[in-house]
Design a binder for this molecule. Structure first.
Ligand code: UDP
Length: 493
């Protein structure tokens, strides 16, 4: 089933107008940037089809609005998600909808089953798309691109720096040499030293049962014709160069920060999900705060906390004495212990107007761009990081699980020096109220060190915006990407 959101071109369509097919991984942190990418490519003249599923297409209001307003050619293609066949409860069509992460393997296997319906769909097109851009977490797409003989580009949701590290670990099969997941080792082939443990890399690299997936990821990586990353040259130029060199000179198109591709306040407030709160209420609350005085605390779309951890965060924020805007996931906020603590424990009375809690989904892009926000306590998911970088907001880094988060933290704290580490080195660590308080105070420090950090963050924010403007590096890379696909279209004849 297809939803055409804007008129796609008919018989008279120019052969040089490329048609991209985008295959996002079904998680908020992957779909949000790819939806931005779709609009960006379409605004620059391309036609774009986004492959999705019924539950996910229902969450695309903001994108639909943008597409209609601009009259551009973006269509959503809905494929039925094989929940029942894969042992998943009905409707679990996105990672954050899983009742338990024990079901992650089934979820990945279910996404792999989309290969056949996607191939069929593409084959049925009068003129199949010109170029596929698939999320690297969907390595099954390689076979589809091969069958359809279309150029195959991988979209990396995480930073180029993280992907370079992962590439080196996979290339050198470091996971075969290191038995202890907590043993530190040096990642080879990087432009500077990085010591990490396997527990600080993506879970599928070492977790038993994921060997086949790991192989498929590497095969897709080596087969890809190029890479598209939500980053910008001034942020990661050295890593982009190393990455491209290691990939035998294949092109790495940095086209971000994608969050900056849309400045409409309503769209900004509705990225991914509909916000659980009235955005005007949040913005009015922020309007009353002094510039750069509020700490924003949020941990992306997937992280869940134990009730004890939620309480520690609250105590730490309260003890810091700073104004804060704290996002608690609905599932965490609805635990009886947390509900009781928030409503009867006197927390809200004690913090008064100094603290605002959002239970559920926050309009993050709108919040981070508000001048009152002066710091961000983050789990270091790449979208959150790049959104903070874009707005010149320094970070307190608290990586949570085996993914790109620990490696992104090293970039923020050691390389860019726009953040302070909370001090977590192992996944699922419990962090005390004192540690949170200390990190928040360092983050918001009004002294010389804090000011230097803020200045560095501001400077990066300026460069991020420049990258997306006409003539900027990301703008130029979008142009090149479109030329690349057009060229293939012409070659196909
Ligand atoms: N996000 C949001 N509101 C929320 C939680 C998350 O808008 O309450 C957005 C956030 O702006 C980012 C994405 O969801 O674009 C989360 O991606 P990230 O890579 O930071 O973390 P993940 O969810 O993949 O762990």
């Amino acid at each position: 089933m297809q939803h055409h959101l804007a008129p796609t071109t008919g018989n008279g369509e120019s052969k040089t107008r490329p048609h991209f097919v985008l295959v996002p991984f079904l998680a908020q942190g992957h779909m949000i940037p790819m939806a931005d990418m779709a609009v960006l490519l379409a605004e620059r003249g391309a036609r774009v089809s986004i492959i999705t599923t019924p539950v996910n297409v229902a969450r695309t209001e903001a994108v639909v609005r943008r597409v209609r307003r601009a009259g551009i050619a973006v269509e959503f293609v809905e494929l039925t998600f094989p929940c029942a066949e894969s042992g998943l409860p009905e409707g679990c069509e996105r990672i954050d909808l899983l009742p338990s992460y024990e079901l992650l393997k089934q979820f990945h296997d279910a996404t792999g089953l989309l290969r056949h319906p996607l191939t069929q769909h593409l084959r049925a097109q009068r003129q199949p798309p010109t170029c596929m851009i698939a999320d690297s977490c969907n390595p099954w797409t390689k076979g589809v691109a091969e069958e359809l003989r279309m150029p195959y580009l991988l979209f990396h949701g995480p930073s180029c720096w993280n992907m370079l590290c992962a590439r080196m670990i996979l290339r050198h099969k470091i996971y075969e040499q290191i038995g202890d997941p907590f043993e530190p080792f040096d990642v080879p082939g990087l432009p500077h030293r990085l010591e990490i443990s396997m527990a600080q890399t993506a879970w599928f690299i070492t977790m038993p049962g994921w060997e086949k997936f790991r192989e498929e990821v590497w095969e897709a990586e080596t087969a890809a014709d190029g890479f598209v990353i939500n980053t910008f040259e001034a942020l990661e130029a050295t890593y982009v160069e190393c990455y491209s060199r290691d990939a035998k000179g294949k092109k790495v198109w940095t086209i971000g920060p994608l969050s900056l591709s849309n400045q409409d306040p309503d769209d900004k407030a509705a990225r991914g999900n509909k916000a659980s709160v009235d955005k005007h209420r949040i913005l009015l609350w922020l309007d009353e705060k002094a510039p750069r005085s509020v700490v924003y605390v949020s941990f992306g779309s997937i992280v869940r906390h134990s009730p004890a951890q939620v309480l520690e965060i609250g105590r730490g924020l309260e003890a810091s004495g700073q104004a804060f805007l704290w996002v608690i996931k609905e599932v965490d906020a609805s635990s009886p212990e947390v509900e009781k603590w928030l409503s009867c424990g006197g927390f809200q009375e004690r913090v008064g107007d100094k603290g605002l809690i959002i239970k559920g989904w926050a309009p993050q892009a709108a919040i981070l761009s508000h001048p009152a926000v002066g710091g961000f306590v983050t789990h270091c998911g790449w979208n959150s990081v790049v959104e903070a970088v874009s707005e010149g907001v320094p970070m307190a880094t608290w990586p949570h699980f085996s993914s790109d988060q620990y490696i992104n933290e090293r970039l923020i704290v050691d390389v860019l020096r726009t953040g302070v580490a909370v001090g977590v080195t192992v996944p699922d660590a419990h962090v005390s109220a004192e540690e949170i308080e200390k990190a928040v105070l360092r983050l918001m420090d009004g002294g010389e060190k804090g000011e230097e950090r803020r200045e560095r963050a501001r400077e990066l924010g300026r460069k991020a915006k420049e990258a997306m403007e006409v003539g900027g590096s990301s703008y130029a890379n979008v142009t090149q990407l479109i030329h690349y696909a057009s060229h293939h279209d012409q070659a196909r004849g």
